[in-house]
Each structure stands twice: as C-alpha cells, then as structure tokens.
Write a protein that binds this ligand. Structure first.
Ligand code: AMP
Length: 282
C-alpha cells in the first residue's frame, strides 16, 4: 500500500495507472475505519484494478458547535486495517493541502441539501459535496463507493455528479450493522454503555415499520408517530427528526408511494445517530 499525502504525488500515481488502462475505485472516508468502511473497500477491490481510500476529517462539513475537534482519529489503526484489506493507495492529506490559505470555492447542491439533516446541519452537505468534488477531480476514479447509511449524502453526491458531469459511476452499498441492528458509525464510540444498549431501538423501529408498510400502512403521519413512540418509550433517545421522503428528490411525502426513504436522527446524550430504511410501495 502506498500512503500519499499530497495532491501532486497522488495525481502522478493516478496518471501512470491511467496510461496502463487500470480501472480505479475510490472510497472516501473520515477514518476511524469500521466494517461499514471495509465493506466499501472490499467491493472496490473486487471490481477495480486499483483502490484508492481517502481518510480526511473534513472541517468544511462540521458546524461551529459540532465535533470536528473530537472526531475520532485513529490513523495508526486505520493504516493497519487498510493494509490488511490490500488498499492500493491511501490518501490522507492535511487540511492545508485541501483548503490552502485563501480557499474560496464550494459546491452547493440545492434543495436536497436542505432536507432532513440539512435543516439541522446548515452547510454540512456543502462541505461534503465540496470535498468529494475535489477528490473526484484529483483521483478521477471510474467508480465511487458510498454507504446507504448516509443516504442523504449519497443523494447529494449523485446529483452533483450528474449536474457537473463528473465521469464516474456511483455505487451505494448496504448499511453494515452490529448483530443487534445498530448501524456501524465512527460516532458509536461516543455512546455510554447504557446508550449503546438503547440505540438498537432505532433500527428495530424501522424494521417494524417496514413490516407495517408491507401490510398496507401508507400514511406518513402514522408511520412517524409509531417510530417516535417506539423510540421514546424504549430509550432515552431524543428525536431530532423522523421523516418520510421521496427517495431521489428528498421531498416529504404524505402518502407513501413508489420509492420512499424513512429516515431519522436521534440524540443519545450528546451523540447524534442517523439511520434509514428504503421502502417500495406499489
Ligand atoms: P464516514 O467516514 O462516516 O464519512 O463514511 C465514509 C463512507 O462510509 C460513506 O460513504 C458512508 O456512507 C460509509 N459508511 C459509514 N458507515 C457505514 C455503514 N455502517 N455501512 C455502510 N457504509 C457506511
């Protein structure tokens, strides 16, 4: 595995690979790698000649009161995991490399970025789109691998790729979960023992509602109250939002029809967890 810190050296390696007609898979992450990240790496390894993994805690996607400073950074452990997965190139640039002094240019995907998490994390998706847009320019991959766990981020990036014509295919991979259903997340390490025990209620409530939808429930209000009650009755979780949105536009729906994303964000203490489930109502 080659570890690269500068854009120039990464571009050189990529150029060489391209002249040899090698296909490139790209997995962008913020590190503190877990099985969710590794599932994306494994898929990229299977499908491409070269896999580029980036680890970059992107300050532009954190709000002023968010956890940028405390975000888990486990570089040593991450390098070992990446090596074990046979990542070809690990790109871990400094903040100054990505946002040098006087940096002024951002990518904003309108509408979708303002839904769900965007209402509570202004600027978050602008930061995420900007950094992934920059990385796509630098890495020039054939395939970009993303996780369904961050469904809104995937939708924002799909629209960005479509609108500004990045020549890349996006593959969104299933959410990897703990045995009890909790979606893997680098932020799970913030949970206390008690909160960790309670947190699987999020996925449990989503699975239960999926069953009810299959049985004919299609009223968003009923669905949202059911999930809210289930979470509030069974945990100390404080709901930030629970919403049913059309899976591509992210517009809220009153009645479920076609592909709908049921998504939620819930605080356990200071830790904000997100999860979602896709339903297809015929
Ligand atoms: P992050 O490091 O949290 O920014 O995530 C980097 C990539 O890994 C994103 O595309 C995420 O959606 C994906 N990811 C994070 N957690 C999971 C998970 N539990 N299952 C699948 N993909 C995930």
């Amino acid at each position: 595995m080659r570890t690269v810190k500068t854009i120039l050296s990464l571009r050189r390696i990529i150029q060489k690979a391209k002249t040899k007609k090698k296909t490139i898979g790209f997995v962008p992450t913020m590190g503190a790698l877990h099985e969710g990240h590794l599932s994306l790496i494994r898929k990229s390894k299977k499908e491409n000649d070269l896999t580029v993994l980036s680890i970059f805690v992107n300050p532009a996607q954190f709000g002023p009161k968010e956890d940028f400073k405390n975000y888990p950074r486990e570089t040593g452990k991450d390098i070992l995991l990446a090596k074990k997965e046979n990542v070809d190139i690990l790109f871990c640039p400094s903040v100054d490399e990505i946002y040098p002094r006087g940096y002024l240019t951002y990518i904003e995907v309108e509408k979708i970025s303002g839904a769900l998490c965007g209402k509570y994390r202004p600027g978050h998706f602008k930061g995420a789109a900007t950094v992934v847009g920059k990385f796509l320019n630098i890495v020039d991959p054939d395939v970009l691998y993303l996780g369904q766990k961050d469904a809104q981020q995937a939708a924002v990036l799909k629209k960005m790729v479509e609108d500004i014509n990045f020549p890349v295919t996006i593959k969104v991979c299933p959410t990897v979960r703990e045995a009890d259903g909790l979606a893997l997340s680098s932020r799970n390490s913030y949970l206390t023992e008690e909160e960790r025990k309670e947190a699987p209620v999020l996925y449990r409530s989503l699975v239960e509602i999926k069953k009810r939808v299959a049985e004919g429930e299609c009223n968003s209000k009923n669905i949202i109250s059911f999930i809210r009650e289930k979470i509030e009755e069974n945990s100390s979780g404080k709901v930030q939002y629970i919403e049913c949105v059309q899976a591509e536009s992210f517009k809220p729906v009153e009645k479920l029809e076609g592909k709908v994303l049921i998504a939620l964000a819930v605080f356990f203490g200071q830790t904000r967890l997100i999860d979602n489930i896709l339903v297809n109502v015929k």
